[in-house]
Design a protein around this ligand. Structure first.
Ligand SMILES: NC(=O)c1ccc[n+]([C@@H]2O[C@H](COP(=O)([O-])OP(=O)(O)OC[C@H]3O[C@@H](n4cnc5c(N)ncnc54)[C@H](O)[C@@H]3O)[C@@H](O)[C@H]2O)c1
Length: 196
């Protein structure tokens, strides 16, 4: 399968890229290379014949169309995002631009690509948006979120997340192509850009 992975030079995205290559998939890593990107994280697969890299901004509709037409992916895993919440206080518009506008532009490019696919590729195509449990707000001392937990993004930095997550949820009618949007908790590691 050929997978277009956005944000593949970031912390989580680069792990997804490495795993997909190890599992025998073709990967197109699409990343704008912002402050949180680190191509060292994908250096181990950079020369692999199944790996391609496109430096591009997901807000750039022309480039997104070009990349879908050039690579014709079977699936998208969307991880490109402004993910460092501490920066959302000083630069909230960057968050709206990449996370909200960028996700909408990418979804639209995916929908156009999907519209042109023939069966069985059309039914098999998936747009998989990796979201965050921040959409649910804060958990108490115990308990757990589930997929049916109501959204409650109870801080300014969390409020930027539900829109794109909702658009990519299964059956999101306006976007039409098959999609999903899991929500995962925040984690960190030596390979991630420092979070405060
Ligand atoms: N890190 C975590 O613990 C965690 C947990 C749950 C969910 N998530 C979610 O997973 C996704 C990825 O998280 P991460 O920790 O890898 O983030 P990260 O900040 O390490 O990486 C984000 C990547 O996206 C790229 N990017 C940003 N804006 C872009 C744009 N406009 N166009 C193209 N590329 C762009 C950056 O260059 C970077 O390589 C985010 O949506 C995040 O909320 C992360």
């Amino acid at each position: 399968m050929k997978i277009l992975i956005t944000g593949g030079a970031g912390f989580i995205g680069s792990a997804v890229v490495r795993r997909a290559i190890a599992d025998g998939h073709e990967v197109v890593n699409l990343d704008a290379l912002t402050y949180s990107a680190n191509l060292e994280n994908v250096a181990s697969v950079a020369d692999h014949p199944n790996y391609a890299f496109e430096q591009a901004d997901i807000c750039d509709q022309g480039r997104m169309r070009e990349i879908f037409a050039k690579h014709r992916p079977d699936a998208v895993m969307h991880l490109a995002a402004e993910s460092h919440n501490d920066r959302a206080i000083e630069g909230p518009l960057d968050f709206v631009r990449s996370n909200v506008v960028g996700t909408a532009v990418l979804l639209e490019a995916a929908r156009e690509h999907w519209n042109g696919l023939a069966e069985p590729a059309k039914s098999a195509f998936r747009f998989h948006h990796v979201s965050t449990d921040e959409v649910f707000g804060a958990l108490g001392e115990d308990g757990a979120f589930s997929e049916t937990t109501p959204y409650d993004p109870n801080s300014p930095t969390r409020r930027r997340r539900p829109a794109p997550t909702t658009w990519s949820a299964p059956g999101a009618a306006p976007m039409a192509c098959p999609s999903s949007s899991p929500t995962a908790p925040t984690t960190t590691a030596p390979t991630s850009f420092p979070r405060s």
